[in-house]
Design a protein around this ligand. Structure first.
Ligand code: PLP
Length: 352
């Protein structure tokens, strides 16, 4: 009988919360749909796509639009089928079997997943009790353990906390291995290392169009680094990893700079609104919940009642994310924020 190997035997398919929920604040997506006039432009461009041909293998136009949006040189950019694919490609190529890779806890769970598939040796670095990251501890652990690859998100999903540039610079300089800095949420903050990426020979920055740009359905991610690192990614990825439609639509969206900047502002305003509403709730119910002041498009809520609140909301058709230490609520539209916070208030009012 054929037996699965021990690396994959116990794995199960990734299952996001599925079902028909009227309010989805569980996946950190943008709550803003693509504006209709931009959709019309996309549809017009679609008519000239050649669907019988393979896509551009290096997504030249898309990378040029991304580079222009962030003030980069396209030779420093590689595109992926979501940054998720890039994480997988990087682990598959940059790490040899048995070599050490480091992740921090709490952080994006996919890092450990791809790391274990690549048969690297996992080194886990714990954050402090207040969910902050001790940079000196990270540097020491990485170098003591001969870590070849360190990956973490900044700002962090799921804590929503960020490390400022000064700390990140220290970290990259201090660590001997390759640093993969996942800036999926940096559009919502102002401490990006993109403009300094060429100062380091061991830094790759990951970006995505799934959060700030509201294009989660397209699966578009980018890796940014010096030419040697980016060429290596292009060499090890599968040849036609980003489909023609996504390349085209991503190019169109990234070229609408005023529109994307306005959307970004709206999302940040929504996060602040959600934060303030939850803060008020924490004053109304002292000791019941607190929030971590963050710099992303979601709010992290600490409460003893996370299981109960999570199920209570789910029954009402509202999906959020539950973690062992806290709840994570994506910033939604004004009415989605209001409704969600109102029901959390009801939960406490009913003394559940
Ligand atoms: C959402 C998320 C991603 C995934 O981005 P995709 O481009 O949609 O694959 C990567 N990193 C972090 C930290 C995220 O939260």
């Amino acid at each position: 009988m054929y037996e699965l190997n021990e690396k994959i035997r116990d794995l199960v398919p990734y299952e996001p919360i599925n079902g028909d929920y009227k309010i989805r604040l569980d996946a950190n997506e943008s709550f803003l749909p693509v504006p209709e006039y931009i959709m019309k432009e996309v549809i017009a461009s679609e008519l000239s796509l050649q669907f019988n041909r393979y896509p551009d293998a290096v997504a030249e136009k898309l990378c040029a639009a991304f580079s222009s949006a962030y003030g980069l040189d396209p030779v420093n950019v590689a595109a992926g089928n979501g940054s998720d694919e890039l994480i997988s490609v990087i682990f598959g190529g940059f790490l040899m079997r048995g070599e050490a890779f480091a992740t921090v806890s709490q952080d994006f769970s996919m890092y450990d997943f791809y790391g274990s598939l690549s048969e690297g040796r996992a080194v886990k670095i714990q954050k402090e009790a207040d969910f902050t990251l001790d940079v000196d501890k990270v540097i020491k652990t990485c170098n003591d353990e001969n870590v070849r690859l360190l990956i973490f998100s900044n700002p962090c999903n799921p804590t929503s906390l960020g490390l400022d540039r000064e700390k990140i610079r220290k970290l990259i300089k201090g660590v001997n291995g390759l640093v993969i800095l996942d800036e999926a949420y940096m559009d919502f903050w102002d401490q990006s290392m993109l403009s300094e990426v060429l100062n380091y020979d061991n830094l790759l920055i990951l970006k995505t169009c799934s959060k700030a740009f509201g294009l989660a359905a397209l699966r578009l991610g980018f890796a940014v680094g010096n030419e040697k690192l980016v060429r290596a990614i292009k060499a090890i990825k599968s040849p036609y990893n980003v489909n023609s439609f996504s390349q085209m639509m991503g190019t169109v969206l990234l070229s609408h700079k005023a529109e994307t900047a306005a959307a970004l502002k709206q999302i940040v305003a929504s996060r602040k609104e959600l934060e303030e509403m939850l803060l008020k709730l924490s004053e109304e119910f002292p000791g019941k919940l607190s929030i971590i002041p963050g710099c992303t498009n979601f709010v992290t809520v600490i409460t003893e009642d996370k299981e109960e609140i999570f199920s209570y909301l789910l029954k009402l058709g509202i999906a959020i994310r539950k973690f062992p230490e806290f709840l994570r609520i994506t910033a939604g539209s004004h009415s989605e924020n209001c409704e969600t916070v109102r029901f959390i208030g009801n939960f406490f009012r009913e003394g559940k």
